[in-house]
Design a protein around this ligand. Sequence first.
Ligand code: DON
Length: 555
Amino acid sequence: MSAVFNCLKAPLWSLFFALLICLPVQANQSAIASAHPLATSAGIKVLEQGGNAFDAAITVSAVLGVVEPYSSAFGGGGFWLLHRESDQKQVMIDGREKAPLAAHKDMYLDASGNVIANASINGPLSAGIPGTPAALVHLAENYALLPLQQTLAPAIVLAEQGFEVGEFYQKMAGWRLQALRDSFSASEIFLQDDDVPETGYRVRQPDLAKTLRHLAEKGFDGFYRGEVAERLLKGVRDNGGIWTEKDLSGYQVIERPPVVFNYNNKKIISAALPSSGGVVMAQIFNILSAYDFKNLSQVKQKHLVIEAMRRAYQQRAKYLGDSDFVTLNLEKLTSKFHAGRLAEDIDLNRASLSKGLVSAAEGRDTTHFSIIDNEGNRVAATLSINYPFGSGFVPEGTGVLLNDEMDDFSASPGVPNVYGLVGSQANAIEPGKRMLSSMSPTFVESDKGIAILGTPGGSRIITMVTQAILAMEDSLDPKQWVDLPRFHHQYLPDQVEYESGALTAEEIKQLTAMGHQLQQVDNPFGNMQAIYLDKKTGKVSAASDSRGIGAAQVK
Ligand code: DON
């Protein structure tokens, strides 16, 4: 009963609805959906060995860090959204990278104040202080059942024995070839004779295996202090980076309360700042709530979703940044009243205008996984090193591929980052600050069931998760949510990007007539991993996005 009581303390909505969705859940099965079959199967094995969802999350994160070096790595960061069934605790583990203490607002600007191309994308100067190793230690010490030696073991074996290069790896390595060639160690590990490896080439990472052994044996100190830390610092500083010992030893994981809001009898639990995901999604859904959405025509629904996206991303650009550095009235920003104000100038027949145009780039990396165990514990985690293969830089002797997450800061007000996102002072670089993210690991709870989901995709992450939640109105099959063709608007540039099949010919005609600038994109959006638990039957289903090479397994 205390579990129910704890759950009821959080939401203030109708008691009846809260009681229905807060009742403890009996999952008869466990499931994992992740972006790589090796990560999914390693996670399932850990569950079979008696681990819980949090043990499996450590294993899946670590294996992904080894076999998907273009998406996440131990030199990166992420957000792990947790639900612990025994006491209904829901928390976001913030393992986001931090700006080094020597970082400053103008560090990517030239003498005339212009942004230096690629300075925040390639090489060690583009890397924030990694959070993933600390987050895995935090999970092990506070939530998991098994020792880190056991949960990191599959990743250590894969780092030693290697994994085979496939088509997707080749595409990503080709995309980041120059950055990888610029780093001696990265080229040695991730390229074959300084070129994109052939299909079937084995990527072996013995240095990384050693680093992971240190982490498994010594916990936080195994990475952030001592031998590994010394090598990281030497590699970074010898190559133009600015990290210091204090940056590493002072890195801290933060437990944050998730952003929680409701939409149409669903309770949505999502990422808190420094991810913009929960706030932006709350704004989008609050705007939709101001309308009789279900009874609008299909095209008007899409128009309204686009207008809501435009406004919420404008708010993101204007106000959002690391809440440890910026004073924000989150209650106001996520209120229905505020959404009503934002919706005031929406015309149901006409597109509004976002002022000024900038260009957006593709997001092709980052990773997400979703887990539920048969106790009902759940994890949704999105991890990143930002661009494919991050900064492309590996400090010698560590095997640790560093992120280029510094590009998620706003290098200069109004100047877009690689995802075309603009920002303000709220997301300007400051020493020790976390850069604003879009990663949105999310739970959706209703009286019928529970969904666990998320995706990579840069600025499009939030709108992808939004559309998956909207799709839950029509289908409770996660395969439908992950494979859904998607569209996206992010305020600037003032255009709707869409995948083939996301809009019908008639919708394209009508939305164009309303004044929307529509842009079909060839590259697919995202790599969503989702799980659904049917509360009545206890049946669990899981799905991995057909756009990727991932695997979903129910046990
Ligand atoms: O934190 C963020 O929002 C970005 N660094 C995520 C990058 C990403 O998803 C790239 N993906 N496809």
